[in-house]
Design a protein around this ligand. Structure first.
Ligand SMILES: [Fe+2]
Length: 266
């Protein structure tokens, strides 16, 4: 009889597991420590050696790629700075060095894909380029751009419009840095998203390396469903540590389990 009761309760247990009732009762399963494999693709990094403030050698690039692969990434869209007068990059400087990195990846036998686009700095030159110049895109029709830290460019929405009429999707890098866009609430960001802008947040922000204000804002934006992508913005070793550090926080792991980002679609 005791054996029968045990069998019965065991069966009930299996039914509960099968129905996913455990996950309904206790919430979604938290990701394993340091596991970003569900994201698959990182869309913001500085892995092309010697052309911006990112990695300096092909060897560094490979070491950083190996570091990112340990988190589960299998595809990289690397984005060297294009900032006239400081980082005068173009396909001519970026693409030959991308090939060097690809050759090194093949030599190492790494199971990973890498493409290059750019991180465009928003200035008057960019405003002009947005109108008709060919841009370095990823996933067909996306570009990554960053804004000045201190003020909203008066022509920002005109420029976004100019890009979207070309069917280009502007992805705003580390949106949390531009406090002027969310000091009065999230409506300004909502407006940009409704215009077709996609927003990206850096891992270090969730860890708090840019201060509690930005950390709080990043979580609020994710909760509001405004964030499309997480990005490493990897320049070097410290950014690997930021990702690792973010995982130490249960709130970050819960956020990862709860929200679906679009990295995997790139
Ligand atoms: Fe960057």
């Amino acid at each position: 009889m005791v054996h029968g009761q045990q069998l019965f309760s065991h069966s009930i247990f299996l039914i509960f597991v099968d129905m996913g009732i455990f996950s309904k009762l206790f919430g979604p399963k938290l990701p394993e420590a340091h596991d970003l494999s569900a994201l698959h693709t990182d869309l913001h990094s500085h892995l092309i050696p010697g052309i911006d403030d990112g990695v300096e050698t092909v060897e560094d690039s490979i070491n950083m790629i190996k570091g990112l692969m340990k988190f589960g990434y299998r595809k990289f869209i690397t984005t060297p700075h294009i900032l006239p007068g400081m980082y005068d990059n173009s396909p001519d400087t970026i693409l030959p060095r991308l090939e060097l990195v690809r050759q090194a990846i093949a030599t190492e036998g790494l199971n990973v894909e890498i493409d290059a686009a750019a991180e465009y700095y928003y200035d008057e030159a960019f405003e002009e380029m947005a109108k008709e110049t060919p841009l370095m895109m990823f996933s067909g029709n996306h570009i990554l751009f960053e804004l000045p830290n201190m003020h909203e460019p008066p022509m920002l929405k005109h420029t976004v419009f100019a890009l979207t009429v070309r069917s280009i999707v502007p992805v705003l890098a580390h949106v949390e840095r531009y406090s002027y866009l969310y000091e009065q609430g999230l409506s300004e960001l909502e407006e940009l998203v409704n215009m077709g802008v996609e927003l990206q947040v850096n891992y270090g922000t969730f860890l708090g390396v840019y201060g509690p204000k930005l950390q709080k804002a990043a979580y609020q934006m994710v909760d509001a469903g405004l964030i499309s992508y997480l990005g490493s913005d990897l320049h070097g070793e410290k950014h690997l540590q930021y990702i690792k550090g973010a995982f130490a926080d249960k709130k970050f792991r819960q956020m990862l389990a709860k929200h679906e980002f679009k990295n995997k679609d790139l």
